[in-house]
Ligand binder design. Sequence first.
Ligand SMILES: [Zn+2]
Length: 361
Amino acid sequence: MQSRNSLRHSLLLAALLLGAGTALAGPHLPEGERTAEPAAVPVAPLKILTTLPVLADLAKQVGGEFVSVDSLALPNQDPHYVQPTPILMKKARDADLFVECGLQLELWGEKVVSGSGNPKIQIGQPGRVIASTGVQTLELPTVLSREWGDVHPYGNPHVWLDPLNAKILAGNIATALEELDGAHKQTYEDNLADFRHRIDVALYGAELVDEVGGRKLDRLAKGGRLSDYLEHRELTEMLGGWLAKAAPLAGRPIVTYHKTFIYLATRFGFTIPIEIEEKPGIPPSAKQRDRVLGVMREQGVRTILQAIYHDRTAGTYLAQKTGAHLLSLPIDVGESVGVPDYFAMMDNLITRLVESETRKD
Ligand SMILES: [Zn+2]
């Protein structure tokens, strides 16, 4: 009796242990895929640090589960002026990849990197990404001016407000990830393709993307020939997405504070006759304000557009004088500014601009 009991006890114990072992090894694996090899140790995600939250969002879209992302700037901070503090330098110390927009937008970023002492992310290393590489830069000065106040010496750096540029930025991040982490190359490529497709659908509408293809639509849009093409092929009705929604903006003059919105204006067809800002970081003089007032009255400007971090005093004054709407909107992403990702940010910009331009009062 004694021995039989003890045998049954042993068998029960063995069954329990076997069950526990199976559970530990991963119960989701189909029978055939269980091998004698130890379960793969999960690899720590690549640490991506970006200057701006919008770049962190793009990196997340491309890197997916294999990356962790963080950014130095906050979405309500002017990307030109961030203090390169020791706290930010510490953040950069163990980053595998450092992503910046470039075009001298984030001069403070280089100070953070050099202060971090992290060799992987110094200029020229595979862990350093200039995301704007390959973007067709607008407002490139014909003569490189070192005059005080020239904050865009290599052309306008606010490139991400054109969705077609967002695809390029994401592409540069994907290329760097593939180089650093070849084992997941296919996933990064797939994630990038998926992101680009979602941009296409958001920009042109699903139906038109299915009919013409994103690549061709991009070529046409970049060449300024999209409307002609659609008209010629009798496809105008098929255009959806942000471009269809933004139709009321075509040709409208919109005043902005800083030269932040040239890429948005170029893609969605509005003009920017004048900026409120005369010299970067300095509130406009009364003379400049009156100059803007004159242009607004002359051209019938209905909307003043500025980023949330810019001072509203001049814009409020101009809006009161002319009856125009002052829109103070996020141009970067984050829960704290109400636009959690790139798509939400663009949706918000287009929606608010169209509302302002089509209101009846
Ligand atoms: Zn700027």
